[in-house]
Design a protein around this ligand. Structure first.
Ligand SMILES: NC(=O)c1ccc[n+]([C@@H]2O[C@H](COP(=O)([O-])OP(=O)(O)OC[C@H]3O[C@@H](n4cnc5c(N)ncnc54)[C@H](O)[C@@H]3O)[C@@H](O)[C@H]2O)c1
Ligand SMILES: O=c1ccn([C@@H]2O[C@H](COP(=O)(O)OP(=O)(O)O[C@H]3O[C@H](CO)[C@@H](O)[C@H](O)[C@H]3O)[C@@H](O)[C@H]2O)c(=O)[nH]1
Length: 444
């Protein structure tokens, strides 16, 4: 099949590459000239595991192209995906100007039947708005389909190639059949393709993200309570998660959810509720609790040092909003670092992939260090913000030698309490007892 993908960001690039991988011809369009130049030169603008190999294969085979020319891409495609930004507007609702702007352009340029597929996350009713925008100028038949995307950054290729399910909202039999043909190779293990109406498809996306954000937030509250009553949230998590009605995934407490999706999508669903005269109370609490959770680690650090971080050197391990990505959109690290800087700390940071992006925000206010252990030299404390695998089994003896104080604040519960006692660290994590530093007596 011939496909155009408009918007070549995290979703557009991964979707386009994966569609090419199943033998389709894909042209990715972006209005960012530099980005398209880099892609044409074989350079990926994002870090996403597994993407490089299939990107290379499909560009070299000529099945995957990049352009800034919307007209040319659309003329050569039968199915046009919109993978455009839908950032929060000033009032928290999703800003549809990118999607509707391109939809209007499409109306001007399509000369034969096209399926226009919305892959961006958009509020209920958007497919009707897209239809109206295209219709303004269109002189030929077209169908608008809602096909929300559920990939997670860091495992995006795997998620896209083997989705748990594909959701397609359309009332057109013609579009349904084309979409079925396109997605069939991705569900060979028997995972379902659910066809439904456009509004239900749009709502499914927000419901899924808001539910997951709620689940994480619930666990963050359980963790905060565990600390107060002396329970261990990791034991509680395992105990709860083994109930098949609950399930084990997405129960990890931490420093609050971040990223380009959960924060904006929870907010946008709340906005949709408000506009429809519905008081969605849980979502309000989720946002409130998550906003507070982003500061929990920084507050622990401040309180450990009596609220005065002047002259304190705090090392940060992990800046990306989650491991295996360079994405820092709404990353908890941003909030934590700001809080530490405000309290007068000297912040030194390491992340395997996200340092360049973070430099663009903090410049020389933060010292970015190339190797994880170098960040620990003379540090008064280490704060772990993102659970990159490389942080899981460090050399604790070496860390103790490097650091001025053996103090760890762990926002991701990476280490065992016993381990920390053994190596003599003060260790404060999320929802577990604090390990106090062992005071050596003269006899010892
Ligand atoms: N990032 C994710 O993990 C994820 C997952 C599922 C759904 N989504 C949704 O998918 C949509 C896109 O998200 P993203 O993270 O890929 O965004 P992104 O910001 O990474 O990418 C969007 C791209 O669109 C381009 N663009 C903007 N205006 C354009 C125009 N007029 N013509 C051509 N290109 C244009 C930008 O230059 C950018 O490259 C959003 O609605 C998001 O909520 C994102
Ligand atoms: O148990 C958990 C799981 C996640 N998180 C946090 O939640 C945020 C989001 O993580 P994740 O969902 O893994 O990453 P995203 O790439 O943002 O993916 C979410 O958002 C995408 C965009 O809409 C959807 O497509 C995905 O299905 C949905 O999982 C991150 O800050 C994580 O640290 C936790 O705190 N605890």
């Amino acid at each position: 099949m011939k496909i155009a993908v408009v918007g070549t960001g995290y979703v557009g690039l991964v979707s386009g590459t994966c569609f090419a991988e199943t033998g389709n011809h894909v042209i990715c369009v972006d209005n960012n000239v530099q980005k398209v130049e880099r892609l044409r030169n074989g350079e990926l603008p994002i870090y996403e595991p597994g993407l490089e190999v299939i990107f290379k294969r499909n560009t070299e085979d000529g099945r995957l192209e990049f352009t800034t020319d919307l007209l040319d891409a659309v003329n050569r495609a039968q199915i046009i995906f919109l993978a455009l930004p839908t950032p929060p507007g000033e009032d928290g609702s999703a800003d549809l100007s990118y999607v509707l702007g391109v939809a209007e352009e499409l109306g001007k340029i399509i000369t034969d039947y096209k399926v226009i597929v919305d892959k961006s996350t958009v509020p209920v009713g958007t497919s009707e708005k897209v239809t109206a925008a295209v219709e303004k100028h269109a002189k030929v038949d077209f169908d608008v389909v809602s096909n929300p995307e559920f990939l997670r950054e860091g495992v995006a290729v795997e998620d896209f190639l083997k989705p748990d399910r594909v959701v397609i909202g359309t009332s057109s039999e013609r579009a349904k059949s084309l979409m079925h043909e396109l997605y069939e190779p991705f569900v060979r293990q028997g995972n379902p393709i659910y066809f439904m109406d456009e509004r239900s498809a749009e709502m499914t996306k927000y419901a899924a993200n808001s539910y997951l954000a709620t689940r994480i937030t619930f666990m963050n509250e359980i963790a905060n309570l565990c600390e107060k009553v002396g329970a261990d949230v990791d034991m509680v998590r395992i105990g709860m998660g083994s109930d098949r009605r609950i399930g084990k995934r997405f129960l990890f407490p931490g420093v609050g959810y971040g990223g380009s999706c959960f924060p904006k999508d929870v907010q946008a669903l709340g906005k949709t509720a408000g506009e429809n005269d519905y008081n969605f109370q849980i979502l309000k609490s989720v946002m409130e609790v998550n906003n507070a959770q982003k500061y929990v680690l920084a507050h622990k650090i401040k309180s450990h040092f009596n609220n005065d971080l002047k002259g304190k050197r705090i090392a940060i391990w992990g800046l990306a909003f989650k491991p295996n990505t360079d994405d820092i959109r709404e990353a908890p690290a941003i909030f934590i670092i700001n809080e530490l800087l405000e309290a007068g700390a000297k912040v030194v940071a390491f992340d395997p992939e996200a340092m360049e992006n973070m430099k663009a925000i903090f410049g020389d206010k933060v010292e970015f260090i190339k190797h994880r252990y170098d960040a620990l030299k003379d540090a008064d404390a280490l704060a772990i913000v993102t659970e990159w695998s490389v942080f899981r089994t460090p050399d604790f003896d070496f860390m103790a030698e490097l650091m001025k104080e053996k103090v760890i604040f762990d926002g991701r519960n990476l280490y065992k309490l016993e381990q920390m006692k053994q190596f003599g660290f003060y260790y404060n994590s999320i929802g577990r007892n604090t390990v106090e530093q062992k005071q050596l007596t003269p006899a010892e």
